[in-house]
Write a protein that binds this ligand. Structure first.
Ligand SMILES: Cc1ncc(C[n+]2csc(CCOP(=O)(O)OP(=O)(O)O)c2C)c(N)n1
Length: 595
């Protein structure tokens, strides 16, 4: 085995990640997290990259995890605010290969605009959190975090603070963990968070949290350390190290896996001592949970709620309490496992009407072309998310607005080829698609992005956006040209008429074969805005053999009849079905001239 090493917490995390089989690391710089990626960049066997911001970094990491490699993503505490949108929904989708999110907090604001306590984020998202208290644990906990991530199908937060990240300590290297890359399997009920699937996943998250709590009870990371006094301390991270030095004789509940809180282990500490204090920097995170168990505890009434602690501060704060008469003992009240709501059932007798793209929707044409390519389509949020559902089944993921491009980038980087395509709407592109496109260009991603430009924000009711220049009062303002924007970044870009199915098909085929990064803008105004009848679809019943090619488009205006296809009144005459019909059984009659 190697000699002992002397690592900062950040270096220990980087080495611990490689030892744990991580093959992908990304992040956005910010004190005190920055040195992790700088360290992985110097190590063999792991790809490292800076992303354009923390949201894109997390989405890129999700893409790499889906592609099957263990991944870490790093950011400072405020960075998680930027990444909060994918973060919160990632809890629902879970992961493929292990995914560890390093949140480095900065109590005392050495180099930050605030000192928020990101332990709250782990609770908020209902994911497990590990908190190392020295460099050795920083190194060891990464492997534990990956194991938890894969076992419980969840991202795991590894939270450090400045003193852990930048403090140095001895690290005994361990035997590397053998991990095989995982295969990617599309699973829309897991990765496409439309309401019907998100509701199911949400229940799993609540059940997972209770299982994780049981794991926290058994975990060797949560240690009850015997003392020789009548005083007990609950602590995690660097606060544990301070408290240990200040009160060497106390009993300790040292929390390495600090969320979810192991209630029974907390209660067990009270069996041994008559007074218990929580020593924690910033928020009363453990204190409030202990109080909720009905147990008396010394916390923020004695320990400062802002800034960093040290052994001196902890000693001075708690010394008076060690001597005081203990309070009357109370028995803990264990909270019951949360009750889950009964899933909604459709009223009996009502027909089930799954949401579908409108007849004539130009997005359908893109999906029809994309389905022919062997690319994993990373989706986004808008009307077009409906393309993920049957019968189109044309999108593999929907995490949050703007996630498609970063996920495509991470997926392709992890596999080293154009394996995924990003599919995003025009409004979503302006919302949060531009930054990941810049990122993909900067990181030299091999990939394709299709922007579904229907000239509006259709999903929410046809609002304007920078691409249309339309204001809320429908006045026309200046507009941004998407193609010029992409080209300005340096990305190859073509605009194709989305109603010209052949042209779209060819453009997608060409771009899938081309090297580097390219954008296809599939342009056609939303059919609900134009409502112009291009004509009427006529069915030649003699030629139609009910092959189903047009039915597969999932257009609600087409239905299989007895002898031939039937075209319903809701048809807008977009002509997509005409262009996919191989037998010439469908044709478009010209619309009447209204003049
Ligand atoms: C962070 C966030 N803000 C707002 C929304 C609501 N929302 C969902 S999709 C969408 C925009 C969709 O427009 P576009 O990308 O043009 O696709 P379209 O619906 O036109 O096909 C919005 C505003 C959301 N889901 N998430």
């Amino acid at each position: 085995m190697e000699r002992q090493l002397f690592f900062s917490g950040n270096e220990a995390i980087a080495h611990g990640a490689v030892r744990a089989g991580a093959r992908f690391a990304c992040g956005y710089p910010g004190t005190p997290s920055t040195e992790i990626i700088e360290a992985t960049a110097g190590l063999e066997g792991i790809h490292s990259e800076w992303c354009v911001n923390e949201k894109v970094a997390l989405e890129t990491a999700v893409g790499a995890s889906l592609a099957g490699v263990r991944t870490i993503v790093t950011m400072k505490h405020v960075g998680l605010n930027v990444a909060a949108d994918p973060f919160m929904t990632l809890s629902l989708t879970g992961v493929n290969a292990g995914l560890v999110i390093i949140s480095a907090d900065d109590p005392g604001m050495h180099s930050s605009q605030n000192e928020q306590d990101n332990r709250n984020y782990a609770k908020f998202a209902k994911i497990p959190m590990l908190e190392p208290s020295d460099s050795q644990e920083a190194y060891d906990f990464v492997a534990e975090a990956f194991a938890l991530s894969e076992e419980f199908d969840t991202p795991v937060m590894l939270r450090t603070t400045t003193r852990i990240s930048h403090g140095r300590g001895q690290v005994l290297p361990r035997v590397p963990v053998e991990v095989e890359p995982r295969d990617y399997a599309r699973d829309i009920s897991k990765y496409v968070m439309v309401p019907q699937y998100a509701r199911q996943r949400n229940r799993l998250v609540l059940e997972r949290l209770e299982k994780l709590r049981r794991r926290a009870e058994e975990s060797p990371l949560n240690v009850l350390e015997a003392g020789s006094s009548d005083f007990g301390i609950i602590a995690s991270g660097v606060a544990y190290a301070y408290a240990r030095e200040a009160f060497p004789k106390a009993w300790f509940l040292k929390l390495g896996m600090s969320h979810p809180l192991p209630y029974a282990k907390v209660a067990r500490l009270y069996d041994h001592v008559s007074r218990v204090a929580v020593v924690e920097e910033l928020d009363p995170f453990f204190e409030e949970q202990v109080r909720a168990l009905g147990l008396p505890v010394i916390g923020k009434a004695a320990i400062p709620a802002d800034g960093e602690l040290d052994q001196e501060k902890v000693f001075r704060a708690l010394e008076p309490y060690v001597q005081r008469k203990p309070p009357r003992r109370r028995r803990p009240v264990m909270p019951p496992a949360p009750k889950l709501a009964t899933p909604p059932q459709p009223a009996p007798g009502l027909p089930v009407r799954p949401p579908v793209l409108c007849p004539g929707c130009s997005h359908r044409s893109v999906y029809s072309a994309l389905r022919k390519r062997r690319l994993a389509p990373m989706g986004d949020i808008g009307c077009y998310t409906l393309g993920a559902l049957p019968p189109l089944l044309a999108l593999d993921s929907c995490l949050c607005m703007g996630a498609s491009i970063g996920m495509m980038a991470g997926f392709n980087k992890a596999l080293g080829r154009k394996a995924a395509v990003g599919v995003i709407g025009d409004s979503t592109f302006f919302h949060s698609g531009v930054t990941p496109l810049i990122d993909a260009f900067y990181n030299e991603v091999e990939g394709m992005v299709v922007i579904l430009d229907n000239r509006t924000t259709a999903m929410t009711g046809h609002q304007g956006h920078p691409g249309t220049g339309l204001r809320p009062d429908r006045a026309q303002g200046p507009s941004v040209d998407i193609q010029k924007l992409c080209e300005g970044i340096g990305v190859r870009c073509v605009t194709v008429d989305a109603t010209d199915h052949k042209a779209l098909d060819t453009a997608i085929k060409e771009e899938a074969k081309a090297a580097g990064l390219g954008v296809i803008i599939a342009l056609a105004p939303c059919v609900l805005v134009t409502r112009e009848q291009a004509g009427e679809v006529v069915v030649d019943e003699e030629r139609c053999n009910l092959c189903g090619l047009c039915v597969d488009l999932g257009c609600p205006a087409i239905a299989p009849g007895e002898d031939a296809i039937a075209v319903l009144e809701t048809c807008t005459g977009c002509g997509l079905c005409v262009s996919v019909c191989k037998r010439g059984a469908l044709s478009l009659s010209c619309a009447e001239d209204p003049s």
